[in-house]
Design a protein around this ligand. Structure first.
Ligand SMILES: NC(=O)c1ccc[n+]([C@@H]2O[C@H](COP(=O)([O-])OP(=O)(O)OC[C@H]3O[C@@H](n4cnc5c(N)ncnc54)[C@H](O)[C@@H]3O)[C@@H](O)[C@H]2O)c1
Ligand SMILES: [Fe+2]
Length: 460
């Protein structure tokens, strides 16, 4: 311990940090950001959240205390079919809480699905909503609950804070980890006529009660666990480099990154591991806390276009775009990558170039380890000819505003192209190497040992 404080002046280091002279720790006050204006910084949170095993049961007890008459459960048909919704309805039955079910919500929910839910809420005379599922049911329920009280069409709410009245009471029971939608002020709805995902950013769509019970997440298949986990990592990284971050959102983002890098592979590989599920639920919640106030960036602005145009899974789009967009961002805020690298497990001292390399490598390794497709080329529906339109729409998406640097349309097209081509050369190189090894092994027919070793190498 001797000399710790004498050789390292903590208060001096901290004041240097806050003045933007160093990069370790919270960077929000004075670093690469413009001044926050003269109205302070707002921090958005749901007023109540329940986390951990038993949270769903706890939520139902608390719903009773809200004093409403009848709930509209907004969910999707898959969750009804696999029996997941039954766990909720049985608990509601035991507590004598009335409900009707709307299960017409699908991944990337549309305006049409919101309208159908709105019709049901009126027909069934419901006075509050319970969303059950991942980001899609939460967003669909938010849109239903908001238009139920404000009237009009959900399209009129696109943008920031367009509502004038509070939405209906909403309880969000989360089953993925995840979008953070169970606790954010974001609501993403696809306008099927324009093939665009609208970002409705409105503090009035923050759910009344957010519920994260790891037991409801156990049933997630590997691919869904991987995609939703990469969505959470994207939220944390985009919030950390955002121009609207502050020390509170930084703390949430960094902790989320640590948990995700430590627990996402286990959650994917051993889905029944309750600790990994629980830690991923905390991680996605923390990442939600970060981006709810700090905003996101161009990964989301671009991912929304792939989701709107081709109905691709949101987390997969983010995972593929994360590397190219952060490589672009690193040109403008390289110092921030020292902190991100540290959260992902790499001590880089003050070497920002090393930190950027480590972060980009980790994103790629993690994405490949958990089985996300390498690039956009892997999806037949994605057409290079669409990139100019996708780029144009990405530039209109509200999420891009807090990216550390605003790209030009040509740069956005280039980023789509990089995400389309990335790791292809490496795949070709590996395929060539495998072919050469296979040929060599075939030539060594007499040497069983050599052949066995080479086959093992190929399989590896
Ligand atoms: N509002 C926000 O803050 C926010 C943030 C990020 C993303 N989003 C939106 O969220 C949506 C994506 O949500 P998501 O990734 O959570 O998936 P999702 O809700 O679209 O669900 C995908 C599929 O997984 C199934 N599923 C969900 N939970 C399951 C479980 N526990 N076990 C088995 N299957 C399960 C569903 O039935 C569905 O078929 C996108 O529309 C995206 O734009 C919203
Ligand atoms: Fe997201």
């Amino acid at each position: 311990m001797e000399g710790y404080y004498s050789s390292f002046d903590l208060s001096k280091a901290l004041s240097e940090d806050l003045a933007g002279h160093t990069t370790q720790g919270a960077h929000g006050l004075n670093y690469h950001h413009g001044p926050p204006g003269d109205e302070g910084q707002t921090f958005f949170m749901p007023c109540k959240s329940i986390m951990g095993q038993g949270a769903m049961k706890g939520a139902v007890s608390q719903i009773k205390a809200l004093g409403h008459k009848k709930a509209l459960i907004v969910t999707d048909a898959v969750l009804v079919k696999v029996g997941a919704v039954k766990a909720l309805t049985e608990t509601l039955d035991q507590a004598s809480i009335s409900y009707a079910i709307y299960d017409g919500c699908e991944p990337n929910p549309t305006c049409g699905q919101v309208e159908a839910g709105l019709k049901k809420i009126k027909e069934e005379n419901c006075d509050f909503v319970i969303s059950f599922g991942g980001g899609s049911p939460h967003d669909c329920a938010k849109a239903i609950a908001l238009t139920a009280t404000n009237g009009g069409d959900i399209r009129q709410m696109e943008g920031v804070d367009k509502s004038t009245k509070p939405m209906m009471t909403m309880v969000a029971v989360n089953t993925t980890a995840g979008t953070g939608a169970e606790m954010t002020r974001f609501c993403i709805i696809t306008d099927e006529t324009r093939h665009v995902k609208m970002a409705i950013v409105d503090w009035r769509v923050t759910p009344t009660l957010a519920v994260n019970d790891p037991k409801t997440m156990i049933g997630m298949p590997k691919s869904l666990t991987a995609a939703t986990g990469m969505d959470a990592l994207t939220h944390a990284i985009e919030a950390y480099v955002s121009t609207a971050s502050n020390p509170v959102t930084d703390a949430c983002a960094i902790r989320a990154m640590k948990l995700i890098s430590a627990f996402l592979p286990t959650a994917v590989e051993d889905g029944k591991n309750l600790k990994a599920r629980d830690m991923m639920a905390y991680a996605e919640f923390l990442a939600g806390m970060a981006f709810n106030s700090a905003g996101l960036g161009y990964v989301h602005a671009m991912a929304h276009q792939l989701g709107g145009m081709y109905n691709m899974p949101h987390g997969v789009c983010n995972a593929i775009l994360l590397g190219p967009v952060q490589k672009y961002n690193a040109k403008y805020v390289p110092e921030l990558f020292i902190d991100i690298a540290l959260a992902l497990g790499f001590q880089c001292g003050e070497d920002k170039d090393l930190a950027v390399t480590k972060v980009l490598e980790t994103i790629k390794l993690l994405k490949n380890r958990i089985g996300i497709p390498k690039n956009l080329k892997a999806f037949d529906q994605v057409k290079v000819a669409d990139f100019p339109l996708l780029a144009e729409n990405a530039m209109k998406d509200a999420c891009g505003a807090t990216n550390p640097h605003q790209p030009t349309k040509e740069e956005v097209i280039q980023l789509f192209q990089e995400a389309y081509d990335q790791e292809d050369e490496e795949s070709i190189e590996i395929a060539n190497l495998q072919q050469q090894l296979a040929a060599a092994a075939a030539r060594c027919k007499d040497s069983a040992v050599l052949k066995k070793a080479m086959v093992q190498l190929l399989q590896g």
